[in-house]
Design a protein around this ligand. Structure first.
Ligand code: PRX
Length: 629
């Protein structure tokens, strides 16, 4: 593997030369003057002086060559709808949405919060924002009022774009009441709410605030809204993600660096060709949806499938039927989804013509070997794992067959991608680990490559303090993941170093869940840990000390309170954050200085050795948890 090794080496040693070449993969309105300005580390500015537009690169620039080719393919097995938009039609719809946003007073640099199910209007809204230089902030539709309110408060949007409802497994999930409650909770009040009415769930309109999309769109059927050329460093979006504290961080992304990074990844990693179809079965509420449902494939001139529904409805062959129907060449999903399919008939994998499909990419959580084997054999296609984060926007570790074909190794996402100067640090000494097979914290030496987060939205200090630390003479970004590198340069990811858990590919902070549970009036104290789960990778487990032990005299009372607490979490954060179980104890294991021993609780739950317990204040607290299990 010398070609990739050289490619990677050059991306670090001749950073500017390397990325200047990659920058030619997108259209620039005004050429950049400087490739990377890293004069104020850890802040990196990419393609300084250049002007471009994400929406132009995703949509407009394809009109000359592929206006009538498929661009957006919407499939809903929830509402039995299917609709294909060509690049020309997508261009028209994005302009209509952009005209509506302008009508509602959105200006360049304003935030627009998008709280929507997986419908085409959500894609139009994202592209319309970047078209006019507004900053979108998509909030996952599975989040409830509390999560939504904290994001509205932080993003301070001018407009919220939403819909009456989503649907999951045939059940309508009303969004509007959750949004109304979030807007009531939030101290920031957006001027307007633009509502897409799918006719799924009747809703109340607030006078002077709520505007229906359909009639406003009618007014703008012919309105032309040109792309606003923005500086390469102009923020394109923020996307909130969980960390150690209860307050989610707004990951802020630029424009030019992101467009270049995605275009490069489509070429070197995913190997997508213009005119082909990409199917990323994720959600626009997550980073995979931003990079590889919307922007990446469209920038590459590919059609992208936006799928609303479960992978097993009407049956577990639905995805493969779409691969056949739309001649999908690349597919992307999370290991959890494959583990769900694995419970169904493997014959469904081969029932359809999959000759168009080249590769299945998986990301978001550890890929276990049985799952990888099952799907690779079942499909008879290569499976490529890739490791990255909301913060980075595109893969840190994988293999790049577009540069040089490389073998995959079970249990490893692959090696460091170009642009990422990946290192492992010893947790205790902070020193770099250079020998193979040593376990350390996976870090990236600054600057982060194009496409990665610029900062935490409106909180530079938090960006610096959360992610960066100095090791002799160098500044490194922490991924908060444990890793090991073997002698061939392949990394193995061993889980998070912080209190982030990964439930069915959804990243959640245990602190957020604890805060939500604490708000229940019966709860005195709570600890939430992630526990290994066969299907979901991890699930959240809550251990609660109640204020009045007499309030749960028997098992029936405990079961009722458990249900009540789960409802609290559902209502505030959403069902994705609901713990699998809430168990009651009389004390939580803590150190003598009062720190919760979450790791020890987690180890006990996973039947592992809890390790050094010399600092524990009351060993019986841990024993209680052991006895419960
Ligand atoms: O712990 C790592 C895990 O997911 C975290 C990032 O989650 P999120 O911000 O939602 O971004 C997902 C983008 C694909 C990481 O810190 N993770 C992600 N991919 C993998 C993974 N763990 C193991 N293997 C992976 N391929």
């Amino acid at each position: 593997m010398t070609r990739f090794a050289d490619f990677h080496k050059r991306s670090i040693s001749d950073r500017d030369g390397f990325w200047a070449e990659q920058a030619a993969l997108i259209d620039w309105h005004k050429p950049f003057e400087q490739v990377c300005d890293y004069s104020h580390p850890p802040f990196a500015k990419w393609f300084v002086g250049g002007q471009t537009n994400l929406c132009h690169n995703a949509v407009d620039r394809h009109l000359a060559t592929r206006a009538d080719q498929n661009a957006l393919i919407f499939v809903s097995t929830e509402t039995e709808q299917e609709r294909v938009y060509s690049f020309r039609e997508l261009h028209a719809e994005v302009q209509r949405m952009a005209a509506c946003l302008l009508d509602l007073g959105v200006k360049k640099g304003d935030r627009v919060l998008v709280y929507m199910p997986m419908i085409p209007e959500a894609a139009f809204a994202m592209l319309a924002c970047t078209r006019i230089g507004a900053i979108h902030s998509v909030v996952f539709g599975g989040f409830a009022s509390g999560s939504l309110a904290s994001r509205i408060e932080d993003a301070t949007p001018t407009v919220v774009v939403s819909a009456d409802a989503g649907s999951r497994g045939g059940k309508v999930v009303a969004y509007k009441p959750l949004l109304d409650e979030a807007l009531r909770l939030s101290s920031h009040k957006p001027g307007k709410v633009l509502m897409v009415d799918r006719g799924l769930s009747p809703f109340q309109r607030v006078a002077d605030r709520d505007v229906d999309y359909a009639p406003l769109r009618e007014k703008h059927l012919k309105t032309e809204v040109p792309c606003v050329w923005v500086d390469s460093t102009h923020p394109s979006y923020t996307l909130y993600t969980s960390g150690t504290t209860g307050k989610p961080k707004g990951v802020q992304r630029d424009t030019g660096g992101y467009a270049v990074a995605l275009a490069a990844s489509m070429k070197h990693i995913f190997q997508g060709q213009a005119g082909e179809t990409y199917f990323s079965a994720s959600d626009i509420g997550w980073v995979v949806g931003h990079s590889y449902i919307i922007y990446g494939p469209l920038i590459a001139g590919m059609a992208t499938i936006m799928y609303e529904g479960l992978p097993i409805r009407p049956d577990a062959g639905i995805w493969w039927s779409l691969v056949e129907k739309y001649k999908v060449s690349l597919m992307f999903t999370a290991p959890t989804a494959v583990r769900v399919l694995k419970k169904h008939d493997a014959a469904l994998l081969t029932k359809y013509d999959l000759s168009s499909l080249r590769t299945l990419f998986l990301a978001g959580e550890p890929l276990d070997e049985p799952t990888a084997q099952w799907i690779a054999q079942g499909l008879g296609k290569p499976v490529i794992d890739n490791y990255w984060q909301t913060e980075t926007g595109w893969p840190i570790l994988t293999i790049a067959n577009g540069v040089e074909k490389a073998p995959t190794k079970f249990g490893s996402p692959g090696f460091a991608m170009y642009g990422y100067d990946v290192k492992l640090l010893d947790d205790a000494t902070g020193k770099e680990l250079t020998e193979p097979n040593q376990k350390g914290v996976l870090v990236i030496e600054g600057p982060l490559p194009p496409g990665c987060m610029q900062t935490v939205w409106r909180d530079d200090e938090r960006f610096i303090n959360t992610y960066w630390k100095t090791i002799p003479g160098r500044l490194v970004y922490s991924t908060f993941d444990w890793g090991i590198r073997d002698a061939d340069g392949y990394y193995f990811i061993l889980g998070r170093t912080d209190d982030v858990i990964n439930v069915a590919g959804h990243r959640l902070g245990t602190r957020e869940i604890e805060e939500s549970i604490s708000s229940h009036p019966a709860v005195a104290e709570v600890a939430v840990v992630g526990v290994a789960d066969q299907l979901k990778g991890q699930v959240a487990m809550a251990f609660v000390v109640v204020k009045d032990a007499g309030s749960i005299p028997d098992d029936a009372a405990k079961l009722k309170l458990e249900g009540d607490i789960m409802k609290t979490v559902d209502g505030q954060l959403g069902a994705v954050a609901r713990p699998a179980r809430v168990r009651f104890v009389t004390a939580l294991p803590k150190t003598r200085s009062g720190k919760l021993l979450r790791r020890a609780i987690q180890a006990v739950c996973e039947q592992r050795d809890p390790g050094d317990l010399t600092t524990i204040e009351d060993p019986s607290a841990l024993q209680q948890i052991r006895d419960l299990l």
